[in-house]
Design a protein around this ligand. Structure first.
Ligand SMILES: *[C@@H]1O[C@H](CO)[C@@H](O)[C@H](O)[C@H]1NC(C)=O
Length: 395
């Protein structure tokens, strides 16, 4: 793990440690799909990062240093992506074509990798039709075959935003964000645009945590960059503003905060937390007046007491009071996570295991289906790399 700044790193960059352990065993080929470095020649047509054919997802800044997701539709039988100078050495990117399974590749700065072509592990990909390519990272450009082209991919009608800290970011999950409840929720809905603004270590309150230096999530919501060291190296303390209104209204916000405000060294008093939360919801509501806001409660730790494990929750009274505050307005809902997770769904440091994330996401999906009456239309796999529980009939 690379923790170079107190607030950690960006949700979309996967910085898992060098091996993935499953039940103490090393996973073979943990990141299938490694792409090879190529040199672009006349057989390629290149689109710069700001070309309209490349749709950015999540947050991005004018230098494309923030690591957003990209989506583009390409024709032809090959596709390459060039990475910008601020890409971390060996950074892991996740990508997929159409609704096939996610693939992974380590990439590095100022280099071009071929993700689709004869040598890629995708199997048969139809050459003539448009195919959506999707990736999570900082890029410099995207190249298609010279006689083919890129298109703007179609956009889903609804939009979901998740706001949170390391739990929502999927920290310690096998594939980090791709293993998080946030991702499993939006991928499980399938038919939604989505953005996950979740930074490990971030507090709800502004400039009260970590000795008063660090900004809260409400401040970051208006910024293109995350709190990580890579963004700081480029923008210092003044990251670019992000257009939070954008060109598509948000229909549903999910917020899960409290874990960092509550813990040492922060221990933010409940009143401050409450007021910070009201400010955040007011801000979201002002920007996206038609959005539903779902306040997801935050578990604390499970303690063994005699022969039982006893759970607790952080800021439970405050969360209920915030919900109460908006009762007449009707757009804020409260989602209690009580009883959904047990002590063995948590590991380490109050973060869910992969199974814990899956359980939470399943209940949230049910909430969205029953309360908002949205259809679930997942496109391809939702939980990556979980087949090992259990893909054999022998014991
Ligand atoms: C690929 O990325 C993973 C996850 O960050 C890392 O553990 C691994 O060392 C990287 N491999 C290379 C060759 O950079």
């Amino acid at each position: 793990m690379r923790v170079t700044h107190i607030l950690g790193w960006l949700a979309w960059s996967l910085h898992a440690s060098a091996t993935i352990l499953q039940n103490g065993q090393e996973r073979e080929d943990p990141w299938p799909g490694q792409a090879s470095v190529i040199t672009l020649d006349d057989s390629w047509k290149t689109y710069e990062a700001d070309a309209p054919e490349i749709a950015f997802k999540g947050r991005w800044d004018s230098k494309h240093v923030s690591s957003p997701g990209i989506k583009t539709e390409f024709t032809g039988n090959k596709l390459a992506v060039s990475f910008g100078s601020s890409t971390n050495d060996g950074a892991l990117v996740a990508y997929r074509v159409g609704n096939l399974d996610w693939q992974y590749s380590n990439v590095t700065a100022d280099a071009t990798y071929q993700f689709v072509g004869d040598t890629s592990e995708l199997g048969e990909v139809p050459a003539d039709t448009g195919k959506v390519f999707e990736m999570r990272v900082q890029i410099a450009s995207v190249s298609s075959a010279g006689d083919a082209h890129l298109n703007v991919p179609p956009r889903f009608e609804k939009k979901v935003e998740v706001i949170g800290g390391s739990v929502a970011a999927g920290q310690y999950g096998t594939y980090e964000t791709l293993s998080s409840w946030s991702w499993l929720l939006v991928a499980g809905l399938g038919n939604v645009e989505h953005t996950i603004t979740a930074y490990p270590g971030v507090c709800l309150v502004d400039k009260q945590c970590y000795g008063g230096q660090s900004h809260g999530i409400g401040w970051y919501w208006h910024r293109a960059s995350d709190p990580g060291s890579r963004a700081r190296a480029v923008y210092g303390d003044e990251p670019e503003e992000f257009d939070v209104k954008g060109d598509q209204a948000t229909d549903l916000f999910l917020i899960q905060m409290g874990g960092n405000d509550h813990r040492h060294p922060n221990e933010i008093p409940g009143r401050n937390y409450y007021h910070g939360y009201i400010d955040l919801i007011d801000d979201l509501h002002k920007t996206h007046p038609h959005a539903t806001v779902l306040l997801v409660s935050q578990w604390g730790s499970w303690k063994q007491d005699g022969l039982s494990f006893v759970p607790n929750e952080v800021y439970e009274d405050e969360h209920r009071a915030i919900h109460e505050h908006y009762k007449d307005q009707g757009f804020v809902y409260y989602f209690s996570t009580k009883g959904l997770l047990q002590h063995n769904d948590i590991n380490p440091k109050n973060h869910p295991t992969d199974v814990g994330h899956i359980k939470l996401a399943s209940h949230l999906l049910q909430w969205v289906r029953l309360v908002l009456r949205w259809e679930l239309e997942p496109l391809g796999e939702v939980t990556h790399g979980t087949l090992y529980w259990n893909n054999q009939q022998e014991y």
